[in-house]
Design a protein around this ligand. Structure first.
Ligand SMILES: Cc1cc2nc3c(=O)[nH]c(=O)nc-3n(C[C@H](O)[C@H](O)[C@H](O)COP(=O)(O)O)c2cc1C
Length: 168
């Protein structure tokens, strides 16, 4: 059976809440939860399907703990791995860099051979630019706790249904 993980930093509150929603919407017994701050290359490679929580910090950058794992990621062969990204961002506060972290991480993973899944429509969001956009779609799930928090549960539920198909 395929092994699926949700990887996020246990020190991030909002990302952690979204991870819990994803875990609830998924069947709990097929998901492993991993702390990004204790991640090793070996553990990363042990999963067939990976859901990564990547917020955007510092005006369009990755959170520190992901940034620190990038050199390790750039040494890995991720051919055949299906990876889905969920990102947190603030479209009103940072309209020029909305969700950039997802784009940065997505590009790194693809360069290592990973197949990204879980792209979503950018309709219903208002921002100026985002590195996470590809052909009008986000390269993952876009969660905006600050401005559209009431949509989180609905967005996660639809995304998890999509993932169940795309991870199959
Ligand atoms: C200092 C700071 C910088 C931020 N920069 C961005 C940004 O460039 N783009 C964006 O979309 N969101 C940005 N955000 C919003 C966060 O991504 C958002 O608050 C998110 O929910 C944080 O999740 P976390 O607390 O789980 O890390 C920033 C937030 C802070 C506090």
């Amino acid at each position: 059976m395929n092994k699926t993980a949700i990887i996020y930093s246990f020190n991030t509150k909002k990302t952690g809440k979204v991870a819990a929603l994803i875990q609830e919407a998924y069947s709990k017994d097929v998901i492993e939860i991993v702390n990004a701050e204790e991640l090793t290359e070996e553990l990363f490679l042990s999963f067939d399907h990976i859901i990564m929580g990547v917020a955007t910090w510092f005006d369009g950058e990755l959170p520190n703990f992901w940034d620190e794992f990038v050199p390790a990621l750039e040494e890995l062969d991720l051919t055949g791995k299906k990876i889905a990204l969920f990102g947190l961002g603030d479209q009103k506060g940072y309209p020029e860099n909305f969700l950039d972290g997802v784009g940065i991480m997505g590009e790194i993973l693809e360069a290592q051979g990973a197949a990204l899944v879980g792209f979503t429509s950018s309709e219903g969001y208002e921002f100026e630019s985002s590195r996470a956009l590809r052909n009008d779609q986000f390269m993952g799930l876009a969660i905006d706790y600050e401005n559209q928090g009431s949509m989180n549960t609905e967005r996660v539920a639809a995304w998890v249904e999509q993932l169940k198909k795309e991870f199959a």
